[in-house]
Design a protein around this ligand. Structure first.
Ligand code: BDP
Length: 324
């Protein structure tokens, strides 16, 4: 055998015996390491790596180090990122059907949200996401969002008047605050703390765990329970990454995502209580609004405008409202 042929046969043998190169997956996460979603994403990564025997090696990047949410959605759709935990709020700008989930008071409570998302209606949202390059494998809890601010307790919609609130990137939230008489400014999550501190904005809105983990409670101590938004979050994989998988690996990734959602939801329930206790102990003033219905009533025009612009989504709204 000539040297070249010998070298070639060695190289071929190495190719046959060497394990396939691991697929390194990059995962986007906005939250810090100890947040329920982060712990669940780490669990997902570990389960996928173990069950695929290292064929896929997911790594989670916490604290939005890979960019803010609207950017990360784009990157995942384009295959620049492999997986992520996304809130359906900023998703609405890209996948219009998901805007239904951003209509204030669309869900009666979190249990109803889970029933909807885990069932046939949730599948319709997954289908809409799939058309835009995202495979939604499971749905996380995100509690319900309420307003908080630096100035005073909000008890009626009139208290919102004249105040400037940060909202997530979605026109619907701008309308929501506008109909309550306030001003809304869409802003990246990571900029909110400083903006509250320096008075660029008077308030924002979020669930207890995020109000706590972002430290917004330190600078905006008035938290008024309006529960105006219950927005699900997905564990999504980029279609580009998904389509490269064998059927066996797809099943493993799907199962790991379902397990992650289960873990996230149970951690979430605990964390909501802990965060509420923590912010109260730190001096936050939490109040129930006097008349929650008044807030809901103020949203009538938001629904009317939305349905006028999206007549095809009216039946989806009705189906959600009819789900018990
Ligand atoms: C948190 C969500 C996160 C959002 C953030 C926000 O989990 O995805 O980016 O709110 O308000 O509750 O931007």
């Amino acid at each position: 055998m000539t040297f070249t042929r010998f070298a070639l046969s060695c190289a071929l043998a190495a190719l046959v015996t060497a394990p396939a190169m691991a697929d390194q997956w990059r995962g986007w996460n906005i939250h810090p390491e100890d947040y329920p979603n982060s712990i669940a994403l780490e669990g997902f990564a570990k389960e996928v790596a173990e069950k695929t025997a290292g064929r896929i090696e997911p790594q989670v990047y916490h604290n939005a180090v890979l960019g803010d949410q609207p950017d990360a959605i784009e990157q995942t759709r384009n295959g620049g990122l492999d997986f992520a935990n996304f809130n359906m709020g900023p998703m609405g700008q890209i996948v219009p059907a998901t805007n239904v989930l951003s209509l204030p008071f669309i869900f009666k409570n979190v249990d109803q949200m889970h029933t909807v998302m885990d069932g046939e209606i949730g599948q319709r949202f997954s289908d809409a996401l799939a058309e835009e390059g995202l495979v939604a494998l499971s749905w996380f809890d995100s509690g319900s969002r309420s307003f908080y601010n630096t100035k005073k307790p909000i008890e009626t919609p009139a208290d919102v008047a004249g105040m400037k609130f940060r909202v997530m990137n979605n026109d619907l939230y701008v309308q929501m605050v506008d109909k309550l008489g306030g001003n809304a400014t869409p802003m990246a999550y990571g900029e909110v703390y400083q903006s509250l501190k320096t008075g660029v904005i008077d308030g924002a809105e979020n669930n207890y765990p995020s109000y706590d983990s972002s430290n917004h409670f330190e600078v905006a101590p008035y938290y008024s329970i309006t529960n105006h938004l219950i927005i699900p979050e997905c564990l999504c994989v980029s279609t580009a990454s998904w389509e490269k998988l064998s059927d066996e690996d797809k099943a493993i990734v799907k199962e790991a995502a379902v397990n992650a959602a289960e873990e996230q939801r149970s951690l979430w329930a605990e964390r909501e209580m802990k965060s509420r206790e923590k912010v109260e102990a730190a001096g936050s003033k939490i109040n129930e609004v006097k008349d929650p219905q008044a807030f809901q009533d103020a949203m009538g025009p938001v629904y009317e405008t939305f349905i006028k612009a999206n007549p095809d989504l009216e039946s989806l709204i009705k189906d959600i409202q009819a789900t018990m």
